[in-house]
Design a protein around this ligand. Structure first.
Ligand SMILES: CC[C@H](C(=O)O)C(=O)SCCNC(=O)CCNC(=O)[C@H](O)C(C)(C)COP(=O)(O)OP(=O)(O)OC[C@H]1O[C@@H](n2cnc3c(N)ncnc32)[C@H](O)[C@@H]1OP(=O)(O)O
Ligand SMILES: [Co+2]
Length: 135
């Protein structure tokens, strides 16, 4: 079951500059900065009411964010939905004909498991599913 819109992922070239800008724009300081090796990204998170903004900067040439910014401008990169059971939702989406970008959930930022739906099967939107890791 999809629970809520968990975060908006924004691709940025200069993470420090974008962090300053969003701190001024949102009127709130980020609550977390985290490097995620598997995606070669540095992330900065802002809590905005019940949702979050995730800034992402690539940390290597083969990072998905670096590659994205070679062809597209900074801006909205993906939308993330929190789900109750990510494996159940992955099976449901596969059965519905969506293309998933990873076979198994991956450990992401902000203490979550995540997977992505290919934008070509989601009306042009890169959709992330994420589930809190319950320790
Ligand atoms: C650290 C985890 C963190 C978290 O929240 O926990 C994250 O959010 S990690 C975020 C970074 N990781 C990813 O984005 C992984 C998933 N992304 C991918 O696997 C690729 O970026 C992929 C497959 C979406 C695109 O890679 P590809 O090499 O195929 O790039 P192309 O330029 O050839 O794109 C193919 C096709 O897709 C369109 N596209 C690409 N990116 C996006 C996007 N973000 N939103 C919408 N559409 C996108 C691109 O325009 C191409 O379409 P076409 O019509 O052929 O031009
Ligand atoms: Co994300």
């Amino acid at each position: 079951m999809f629970i809520n819109l968990e975060h908006l992922g924004l691709a940025v070239r200069d993470l420090d500059a974008a962090t300053d800008l969003y701190t001024r724009l949102l009127g709130v300081a980020p609550y977390k900065k985290e490097h995620v090796t598997s995606e070669a990204v540095d992330t900065v998170f802002f809590q905005v009411g019940g949702s979050k903004v995730e800034l992402l900067a690539g940390t290597s040439p083969d990072s998905p964010i670096t590659r994205y910014l070679e062809k597209k401008p900074e801006g909205i990169h993906h939308v993330a939905f929190e789900v109750e059971d990510i494996r159940a939702e992955m099976a449901r989406l596969r059965a519905e004909g969506f293309t998933l970008l990873n076979e198994e959930p991956k450990r992401g930022a902000d203490n979550k498991l995540f997977c992505f739906v290919h934008p070509k099967t989601a009306a042009g939107v890169l959709v992330e599913l994420c589930q809190s890791i319950r320790d």
